[in-house]
Ligand binder design. Structure first.
Ligand code: AMP
Ligand code: MG
Length: 331
């Protein structure tokens, strides 16, 4: 896709003030969080939120995560149950998104109904990124911010991978360098009796249990019909080049996404997620390396087997969707 580059801002106070003003005026700003770059808009402004959907080409049934700069901002529009508060105490600020009931009525200042895509719930996250929290508190409003990619394509973890037209349709982009975690947040539904993972992500169920003692129900995976997780579209996270997982051999016209000390030999180009097999490092490199290999003219991207433990489960979840996406694109 050839588009004009977006106007890019730095992380200086002056540039954050420009970005915050743009958000307050209904504009879009792409900004880094510790997970991936988000495409942000004032979550209380219907028109600004609508612009996120049109710019991303995101199905309107897929609700958005609302980002806050502190807990009190969240409780203005969401109901923080005791259980949700326990999860937030242990995991916020950080890559955990809580799906909570919307708070309406006296004393509430609700966010646009569009962020909930028709549901009675709202997804909320307090990011660990100082820059993200600075931007939100300077703007003075919660920010709806899905990943800053065209719907169905790879999430960006660097400013240079954010590809949208310039304003007014597209965003200003704050270049805050590479995202430290590199994989999207874990989404946990807290509206039922027991919490359930709707989307696997940067924190595993075991991480959350270790921090809180709370047992989290398992993810249901990419069930298109599951009304609780409308964003878990089976086809998602697609590079333009076909991806195959668990490769034990590689062809000369393929690119290789390797992991560990013994990458397969013979690929046209190889990038190694982590030569030491460290899954945290692999997650941080994952989207940037897939973007890189997707730019080459290869017949496919072979990915070596990634262990289904820790962050490996979230990486494999994204890879499975990349494989399905390509299969759906062929017909
Ligand atoms: P993204 O914005 O691309 O990181 O995706 C956000 C994820 O959170 C998607 O899987 C959404 O379906 C999910 N999500 C956001 N809001 C809600 C909600 N109110 N209920 C259930 N899932 C949600
Ligand atoms: Mg996304």
């Amino acid at each position: 896709m050839s588009v004009k580059p977006n106007p890019t801002l730095s992380t200086s106070d002056a540039d954050i003030a420009i970005a915050a003003g743009h958000l307050r005026a209904g504009g879009l700003v792409a900004f880094p969080t510790e997970t991936v770059y988000g495409l942000g808009a004032d979550a209380t402004d219907d028109t600004a939120v609508a612009r996120i959907y049109s710019t991303k080409g995101r199905p309107q049934i897929n609700p958005l995560i609302v980002h806050v700069s502190d807990r009190s901002m969240a409780t203005r529009f969401a109901v923080m149950t005791t259980m949700a508060a326990q999860l937030a105490d242990a995991c916020w600020p950080g890559p955990l998104t809580l799906v909570l009931s919307r708070r309406e009525g006296a004393g509430a200042s609700p966010v646009s109904r569009m962020v909930s895509a028709g549901l009675d719930s709202v997804a909320v996250r307090l990011p660990a990124s100082d820059l993200a929290r600075r931007l939100i508190s300077t703007a003075g409003c919660p920010l709806a911010a899905p990943s800053a990619n065209v719907s169905g394509t790879l999430s960006p973890t660097r400013a240079s991978d954010v590809r949208f037209p310039p304003p007014p349709d597209g965003p200003l982009v704050i270049d805050g360098g590479a995202c430290s975690v590199g994989i999207e947040s874990t989404v946990v539904d807290c509206t039922g009796v027991r919490p359930v993972i709707l989307r696997p992500g940067a924190l595993t169920g075991e991480d959350i249990k270790a921090a809180t003692g709370i047992e989290i129900g398992a993810a249901t995976g990419g069930d298109l019909s599951a009304p609780k997780s409308p964003g878990q579209l089976a086809a998602h996270y697609a590079p333009a080049t076909p991806v195959r997982m668990n490769a034990h051999t590689v062809a000369g016209d393929e690119a290789l996404l390797a992991i560990g000390a013994s990458p397969l030999v013979g690929a046209a180009q190889t990038l190694n997620l982590s030569p030491t097999g460290d899954l945290v490092e692999a997650a941080a490199n994952f989207f940037a390396m897939l973007h890189e290999l997707d730019r080459g003219k290869y017949s496919g991207i072979a990915v070596m087997e990634i262990p289904e433990i820790g962050l490996g489960a979230a990486i494999n979840d994204r890879l499975r969707r990349a494989v399905i996406s390509f299969a759906t694109k062929i017909d």
